[in-house]
Design a protein around this ligand. Structure first.
Ligand code: ARG
Length: 717
């Protein structure tokens, strides 16, 4: 009783001074915008220690994985990388088979030779960032039309990119910020030989599964390890036996000291997309179109995939990665709609719009420049029917069924094969590109399941959209099959070569126009894409109007509050967010502690369950309390902790660092009560969920016995 009171008291005091730290800041601007504040909050480093283009700095240890779909960090001088289990999931799954089920059993390379290569996987280092707004906008005035503006931006950007690249092997790109009000030039270096080093069994790495996903309290041991390889000259190279481990300019030391409430914490990484300057009209559209359509379609899709996955170990491995990807944002959309409603985000947006409108109307010059911004945005959302149709095509026709996207890769052959001699080179190129991914594609494909998906989702599409949005073949289904989409799907799968590796291979060995011409999947795919283009063209005018309105709105907002430090929306460029280790109250009368421990595995265990089973070895180590050097001062093995850092998708795998820039955790999720956070940050509720680095090291060392990997790291006790 006493202890609880103390906790409550401390919490209240804490909320008194804690600054909940909204903002995804550009590391190159810390010196100008944030460093004083960060040091006041506890940071012991300088801005130059974090981002420097002359000396090694923290930014050299943080990389974009797969162009920013996740983040990873270097933790040894030999290119060892840490990221999330769910960021390595695709590779772990791809290397798995019934004989080697790395998803189920985990994987550990006990020597460098055993590390597994992953063609296509990339790691990108940031070399430098430069504000090029002045150059990009030099010839643009308020009178420039938006079309002309885009042309100039494209042209100047291309020149800047080319100049920055010079004769280096770097990649360069200019990206727009603040809805096209600012521009930055990025120089980056991408490595292409990234090998899998280790992963815990999915019972740990995905503990809690979809049930716990997007939720706190959490116990997931969400990490996996890779290694960056380069050519013998230290430069990026495609996989080769001769490649060597890359020696990074910086790697993160790892702290075993643990965290306490109120501790300074910062996260660097590659947040993908936020829309914090979204208007009330945009929020409505996200709720009623994007999220509703996604939920409607994926509910059905995931049911069909789950049914199949429960039939055998092979089936479970085949669809594990696709299922996890789809269910992740399915649940996100459900949570986001709840959050947007509960937290009255539309009201909050309307209040900002009112303030903006009053400010605009107070002066004629402003009225002229910004007066139309909000109505442009509002009008751009007026045709909801077409926005919905577009979302349904994406979810139910292109991304749900697998066969249409796959078949479509052969579309160009229809024309090329009309003149096989003349087009021989082009034909060979299409064929070899199709052959390339074929084995992997069919390894994870079940035609009977896909047929069910096609039947179900075509019907759903027909039920939910007006006939003017139907792809052409829908009229055949209506007439010839009396609207029976299942029957049509059956026929389609009987009359295609794209559902079967042997048939497709035979065709590619000996391509014939006749075969393609009567292929039902190929012709349906052509109809789907034709309709998609038609719908997108129509929606395109609205998109142009919207982006012009948004550019003016954001420019106006910044002019309205000249003293405020604005941060740009996430756009898959490197950002830093800082804050504290911090608990929260999810609802009246309840406080969630800021950390969980491995005791939660024993509490949550459901033997044999695919989300909450605890492997025998895990259980006995936990019962023995065999925590090695990784126990907290409280004697327990801490599993996860939360901070008020501002993160989003793409940040997965990001390093959570203490005031000295040492690794204390890996960020992997956000929390249910603030799923609206990508649109409006919620200081009281929004938390970043991290796996405690000591739990990660315990699994590598004690659970898996991969002590050689620990020896590579720099441990700070
Ligand atoms: N919600 C996490 C993220 O988006 C992914 C967690 C993956 N786990 C799962 N059960 N699907 O980063």
């Amino acid at each position: 009783m006493k202890k609880l009171n103390l906790v409550l008291l401390l919490t209240v005091m804490f909320y008194g001074w804690a600054v909940a730290d909204e903002g995804m800041w550009l590391p190159s601007l810390l010196n100008k915008l944030n460093i004083a504040d960060m040091q006041k909050e506890g940071l012991k480093l300088s801005a130059e220690d974090i981002y420097s283009i002359n000396n090694s700095s923290l930014k050299d240890a943080v990389v974009a994985l797969d162009r920013g779909s996740c983040t990873a960090e270097l933790v040894s001088k030999d290119g060892l990388l840490l990221t999330n289990h769910h960021c390595g999931f695709g590779e772990i799954q791809q290397h798995s088979s019934v004989e080697h089920d790395y998803l189920q059993d985990g994987f550990w390379a006990m020597s460098r030779e055993e590390e597994l290569s992953n063609p296509g996987k990339t790691v990108t280092f940031l070399i430098s960032v430069e504000d090029v707004t002045a150059q990009v906008l030099a010839d643009i005035t308020d009178a420039t039309s938006d079309e002309e503006r885009s042309k100039i931006v494209r042209k100047v950007s291309a020149e800047l990119e080319e100049k920055a690249k010079g004769d280096t092997h770097y990649e360069t790109y200019v990206r727009s910020f603040f809805s096209s009000n600012k521009y930055y030039l990025f120089v980056v270096e991408t490595f292409k030989d990234i090998r899998l080093v280790g992963a815990p069994p999915q019972a740990l790495g995905k503990f809690g599964g979809d049930t716990d996903n997007w939720m706190w309290p959490r116990h997931t041991n969400d990490f996996s390890m890779f290694r960056v390889y380069c050519g013998p000259d230290g430069k990026p190279a495609e996989y080769s036996e001769n490649n060597i481990p890359y020696q990074p300019k910086h790697f993160l030391p790892i702290s075993l000291k643990g965290v306490e409430e109120g501790d300074f914490a910062m996260v660097m990484g590659y947040p993908g997309r936020t829309t914090r300057y979204e208007t009330s009209f945009g929020v409505k559209s996200i709720m009623d179109v994007t999220n509703e359509v996604r939920i409607d379609v994926r509910e059905k899709l995931l049911d069909i995939w789950s049914d199949y996955m429960s039939t055998s170990q092979k089936a479970r491995i085949q669809y594990a990665s696709k299922h996890a990807r789809s269910s992740n944002y399915y649940k996100y959309s459900i949570g986001q709609n709840k959050g947007l409603t509960n937290l009255k985000v539309i009201d909050k947006k309307q209040a900002i719009e009112k303030e903006f409108t009053d400010w605009v109307n107070a002066e004629n010059g402003r009225k002229e420049k910004y007066g139309k911004a909000l109505s442009m945005i509002e009008n751009s959302f007026k045709n909801q029917e077409i926005d919905k149709a577009r979302a349904y095509v994406g979810e139910a026709l292109l991304r749900g069924p697998e066969i249409f996207m796959f078949a479509n890769r052969a579309q160009s052959l229809l024309e090329l094969l009309e003149k096989p001699e003349e087009n021989k080179d082009k034909i060979d190129r299409v064929i070899s590109s199709m052959e390339k991914g074929m084995d992997e594609y069919f390894k994870d494909y079940d035609a009977a399941t896909d047929q069910k998906v096609v039947g179900t989702l075509l019907k759903l599409f027909a039920d939910k959209n007006a006939p003017q949005y139907y792809p052409e073949f829908f009229s055949t289904v209506q007439k010839k099959y009396k609207g029976d989409y299942e029957k049509y799907a059956k026929k389609l799968f009987e009359n295609t070569i794209f559902d079967n590796k042997e048939e497709l291979k035979a065709f590619l060995d000996n391509p014939s126009l006749k075969v393609l011409k009567k292929d039902m999947a190929l012709s349906a795919a052509a109809d789907i894409f034709a309709k998609y283009r038609e719908i997108s063209d129509k929606a395109g005018e609205n998109l142009k109007m919207r982006s012009e309105g948004e550019r003016l709105f954001v420019e106006g907002l910044m002019e309205m509050k000249p003293d405020k430090n604005f941060y740009p929306d996430a756009n898959s460029t490197m950002r830093l967010t800082y804050g504290q280790v911090n608990d929260y109250s999810p609802r009246d009368g309840v406080i969630y502690n800021y950390f969980t421990t491995s005791d939660g595995y024993l509490e949550k265990e459901i033997p044999g369950d695919d989300e909450f089973d605890v492997p025998t070895r895990m259980k006995s180590l936990l019962l023995e309390k065999n925590y090695g050097q990784y126990a907290d001062a409280d004697g327990k093995l801490h599993a996860c902790f939360i901070t008020n850092n501002d993160i989003t998708g793409g940040n997965s795998g990001s390093p959570v660092m203490n005031a000295n820039g040492e690794l204390i955790g890996i960020a992997f999720d956000g929390n249910w009560e603030a799923m609206s956070g990508d649109i409006a940050f919620e200081p009281e509720l929004q938390r970043c969920i991290n796996v405690d680095i000591r739990f990660v090291l315990w699994v590598i060392d004690v659970y898996a016995g991969a002590t050689h990997l620990i020896d590579e790291m720099k441990i700070v006790k």
